[in-house]
Design a protein around this ligand. Structure first.
Ligand code: SF4
Length: 278
């Protein structure tokens, strides 16, 4: 039984053991998705966080129970390339969980990236991450910076230690690590940006995270706002953790932030940026 709050780095190590077999990683599906104007998507299993609004909550809570299969980097890349070819997409992403849990899962990701770019050097690869491990491991940032078409969307889980703990289920003392990871990515010239869930942050939380990002030298206009898809099961856990959801109707959110930022060609901000699980 996982009790909250937990140490997310320890959990990352435990989860990595459950979802990796050598360099093969557990995935639960490969699909074409409408997000970003059409994108080949592979949904993973396993995350160091357990966010209250995660729509992949069950699999991420008990990755060991899912009957999903393991795919080598080569198999995963081939499946994604096949979807891209069939649907005439030029974008690809991993979603549903956290791609980077430690060294082993990073190697898997790196080889998937190599496989994709070897076959299609001009595609856009959108890496959706919570950046916890990126904040711990400068070597990951250095290696990711080799891929020119890589775009990294860092989904932030709180605007201070307290909200981070309530939302992610992790010890609040780890609040800064993802922001540090984001800063490192940007400093290495990678197209990386922060994203937040508006209903969770509200105007006050949005203001607070902007202030923190500025302290890290990250410009407020980089912030992307995403919106919760209100499935009943997605709304249930925030209630259990006493997190009140904000709505746009009573929002004082500045117009600029409502629009968010379109980093990727054909990217529809409001609909397309909801990240299943991230
Ligand atoms: S929302 Fe994202 S970061 Fe949070 S538990 Fe789900 S997959 Fe992990």
């Amino acid at each position: 039984m996982l009790s909250l709050p937990f140490d997310p780095l320890q959990r990352a190590r435990e989860v990595e053991e459950l979802v990796m077999e050598g360099l093969a990683r557990k995935y639960y599906r490969f699909r074409p998705a409408r997000y970003y104007g059409g994108i080949a998507t592979a949904d993973l299993v396993g995350c160091p966080f357990l966010c209250a609004y995660c729509w992949n909550y069950g699999r991420n809570l008990h990755p060991e129970l899912s009957r999903d299969r393991y795919y080598s980097p080569d198999e995963a890349a081939k499946r994604l390339l096949a979807i891209m070819k069939r649907k005439r997409f030029n974008k690809v992403r991993l979603s549903g969980a956290e791609p980077i849990l430690g060294q082993q899962s990073f190697e898997h990701l790196y080889k998937v990236l190599e496989g994709i770019y070897k076959a299609n050097p001009v595609c856009d690869f959108i890496l959706e991450t919570n950046a916890l491990l990126i904040g711990c491991e400068p070597e990951f940032v250095h290696r990711l910076s080799q891929f020119e078409g890589l775009h990294i969307r860092v989904s932030l889980k709180g605007f201070d230690e307290e909200s981070f703990e309530a939302i992610s289920g992790s010890d609040g003392r780890y609040f800064d690590l993802p922001i540090k990871g984001l800063k490192d990515l940007i400093e290495h010239g990678i197209n990386a940006w922060p994203a937040i869930m508006y209903e969770i942050f509200g105007p006050e939380g949005t203001g607070k995270i902007n202030k923190t990002l500025m302290e890290y030298g990250i410009r407020p206009e980089e912030l992307e706002i995403e919106y919760l898809e209100p499935y009943p099961f997605v709304l249930e856990n925030p209630k259990k953790r006493s997190i009140s959801l904000h709505t746009l109707y009573n929002s004082k959110l500045p117009r600029l932030l409502r629009r968010g930022r379109g980093h990727i060609r054909g990217h529809n901000q409001k609909k397309d940026t909801h990240t299943p699980g991230l």
